[in-house]
Design a protein around this ligand. Structure first.
Ligand code: GAR
Length: 196
């Protein structure tokens, strides 16, 4: 069984897609051992609770400086002895010590076709705003391994999504989630869990 820790910062629709895929058997050989959030007040924590998964908050607000927060975050992750750490809308920069310790064991979902619209400042709705501003006709999502850069690690899977006339960032975000993210992230986890 692949022991997976999912890290979240918001609504947790990608977390939900993973939970659902484990329940339906689309992901096999996998146990979600914990959900870690950097925010207290997020719906992702409710989703974990409803699924009977241990949920925990490690918030920078509870620590006097970043180094102490980073240390606490790594300690918490270590406590679950994970085989894979999934960043599912986790909007905190991962501490270097964690990247060193979990080399090739951290994956991230990003809502564009990397290397487009990625890197510092590109997250959530901002990605789709930038894509629409540039006038791209095709966007999508990417699952990649996390290295020390921002969105620079090796790509595992990508899926393209069409941009349509009249799209707003919100409409485009929803389509990218439905057509790409919620399928891609479970598929990538299943692939890793089954050594494919
Ligand atoms: C998702 O669209 C994810 O791709 C994005 O945040 C959203 C989280 O939604 N992540 C990034 O932009 C990372 N750079 P969710 O909480 O509903 O899964």
């Amino acid at each position: 069984m692949l022991r997976v820790v999912v890290m979240v910062s918001g609504g947790g629709t990608n977390l939900q897609a993973i939970i659902d895929a484990v329940n339906t058997g689309d992901i096999t050989n996998t146990e979600i051992v914990a959900v870690i959030s950097n925010n207290y007040d997020v719906y992702a924590l409710e989703r974990a609770k409803k699924a009977g998964i241990e949920d925990v908050v490690v918030s920078p607000k509870d620590y006097s400086d970043r180094a102490k927060f980073n240390e606490a975050l790594l300690d918490k992750v270590d406590s679950y002895n994970p085989d894979l750490i999934v960043l599912a809308g986790f909007l905190v920069v991962i501490p270097e010590a964690m990247i060193d310790k979990y080399e090739n064991k951290i994956i991230n979902i990003h809502p564009s076709l990397i290397p487009s619209f990625c890197g510092t400042g590109y997250y959530g709705l901002k990605v789709h705003e930038a894509a629409l501003e540039r006038g791209v006709k095709l966007t999508g999502a990417t699952v990649h391994y996390v290295d020390k850069g921002t969105d620079t690690g090796p790509i595992i899977m990508q899926k393209a999504v069409e941009v349509k006339e009249g799209d707003t960032p919100e409409i485009l975000q929803r389509r990218v989630m439905e057509e790409a993210e919620w399928k891609l992230l479970p598929a990538a986890i299943n692939k890793i869990a089954n050594n494919k």
